[in-house]
Design a protein around this ligand. Structure first.
Ligand code: SAH
Length: 473
């Protein structure tokens, strides 16, 4: 199994820094199912290629499966594992390039944040659904996809194509994004996953998938295939992804064609929670009669999109600490094709909510939608000062998960998202709101978002803070 990553960024050999693997060396990494080797077939100033070679030991792979999945068939020992890129290559890639995947590079920090010209080649890729699926999965992420079916037997063209592709991807992406996408999508393209999946697979998927998966038009297909036939996990992951995006869950697609089991229950087809949250926030903004709104921690920009279309709103701003999220937002809002008038209404900028910033000030309403729980508790007082003390908008809308409600999510053991630093129950949130309001001269009103449970409340909590007239400038 082979996968190569090339760049023509100058100096191309910087790829070695980003991957944390020196271009002059050949390095081996033991995997539980074989050996991964990283080497550089070319490393010049103009072009550099890193190759990940995976040799699978079928005996070790078979032993590793353990007692939970007894399968003594010969297919475990005689199969295509040694030749075809597969889910195992995704696992090895995630392991060998784990630091690069997290986007950390002390030697070249700016480069790790930057989109680079990349070419990824996988000479033999088993691909369920063929070239069309490869395109559907990679093109929305910004890749140019060259997927060439490999004939079953070159000597007998009449036999047609095998289920393998030669896949080449070209694009300008952050290397960390490219690696995360491959980590998720290689097993998705493959027939099946070959390793045990526990509930933490959902966390792994959300960690690697992050914003790009939530915004992907085929996220349902990707999630189902990634988690295999474990419908409970798939449901959980889709519910959690729906928290990140408001696209309707798509229940059609090629999985239906290949006859996979039905995993979505009717309740998941209702209005996704994220959509309900947008509606609640937009309704509050309309009630307040706001003309200018800043979305603090705007993520990939779904709310900004709605705000730009909402009547009566003249100015919209979005800010996030993540440049990647801002890129997604710019793409979603078609900033490059906006009319001058539209562009004049929108401000999109990078900033951290824990540092005072004059750009946060001057809006009627500030929205902090599903943001506070991403901030480390010791940094929260800084955020409170920056938003309520310094920016001081007329109103602040804060939404956050209601931890009381978590017991109703089947299969959820930890927090709703791996990035959450905490999740408040209703009493904790009420305490926080009361203290912040009292300190900074705001009144606070509590609302719930989503279906209310008699005992546990609603899934999302919404607090509407309004500045008290006499407490202000
Ligand atoms: N408001 C969006 C995104 C929520 S995810 C929505 O509801 O869909 C949380 C977002 O907060 C992420 O995009 C993250 O990058 C951003 N974020 C977390 N900490 C931040 C900070 N200190 N400053 C600015 N943005 C932050």
């Amino acid at each position: 199994m082979l996968l190569t990553i090339s760049t023509t960024h100058r100096p191309a050999t910087d790829l070695g820094y980003l991957l944390h693997k020196h271009p002059d060396r050949v390095q081996e990494f033991a995997q539980s199912f074989g050996t991964a080797t990283v080497l550089y077939p070319e490393a010049s100033e103009e072009r550099c290629t890193a190759a990940l070679l995976l040799e699978v030991d079928p005996v070790r792979l078979a032993r590793r499966r353990g007692r939970e999945t007894p399968d003594f068939s010969l297919a475990q020992y005689v199969n295509d594992r040694s030749y075809a890129a597969s889910s195992l290559l995704g696992v090895a890639l995630a392991d060998v390039f784990s630091t690069a995947r997290s986007g950390i590079c002390k030697a070249r920090p700016e480069l790790a944040e930057q989109a680079l010209p990349l070419e990824i080649a996988i000479p033999v890729l088993p691909c369920r659904g063929g070239a069309e699926i490869a395109r559907r999965l990679f093109e929305p992420l910004g890749w140019r996809v060259d997927a060439e079916p490999i004939p079953l037997d070159e000597g007998f063209p009449a036999w047609g194509a095998s289920r393998y592709l030669r896949l080449t991807l070209h694009g300008e992406l952050r290397l960390a994004d490219a690696l995360s996408q491959l980590h998720v999508l290689l097993p998705v393209l493959d027939e099946s996953k070959h390793y045990w999946q526990g509930p933490d697979e959902v966390d792994k998927l959300l960690r690697s998938g992050g914003a790009w998966l939530a915004a992907h038009p085929d996220r349902t297909l990707i999630t189902r295939r990634y988690l295999g036939r474990r419908g409970g996990l798939t449901r959980l992951a889709l519910a959690r992804l729906a928290e990140l995006d408001d696209t309707e869950l798509d229940d059609t697609g090629p999985d239906a064609e290949v006859g996979e089991e039905e995993v979505l229950q009717p309740e998941e087809r209702r209005v996704p929670l994220n959509r309900q949250r947008h509606e609640a926030v937009l309704a509050a903004i309309a009630e307040l009669g706001a003309r200018s709104v800043i979305d603090l921690g705007c993520g990939p920009g779904q709310l900004l999109d709605r705000l730009l279309k909402a009547p009566g709103i003249e100015r919209v701003a979005g800010c996030d600490v993540s440049t990647r999220s801002l890129q997604y937002a710019a793409r979603r809002l078609h900033v490059d094709r906006m009319s001058e008038r539209q562009a004049g209404r929108l401000e999109l900028f990078q900033g951290a909510l824990t540092y005072e910033d004059p750009r946060f000030a001057g809006y009627d309403v500030a929205v902090l939608m599903e943001v506070v729980e991403h901030v480390d508790p010791p940094r929260l007082p800084a955020l409170e000062r920056v938003v309520f003390g310094a920016a001081r908008p007329g109103a602040v809308l804060v939404t956050t998960p209601n931890r009381d409600y978590n017991v109703l999510y089947e299969g959820l053991t930890g927090r709703r998202h791996p990035d959450h630093r905490f999740e408040w129950d209703r009493a904790e949130f009420a305490d926080w709101c009361a203290r912040v309001a009292a300190t900074h001269g705001y009144a606070v009103e509590h609302r719930g978002v989503g279906d209310v449970d008699g005992t546990h409340g609603s899934p999302t909590q919404l607090a509407v803070f309004t500045r008290k007239e006499n407490a202000d400038d």
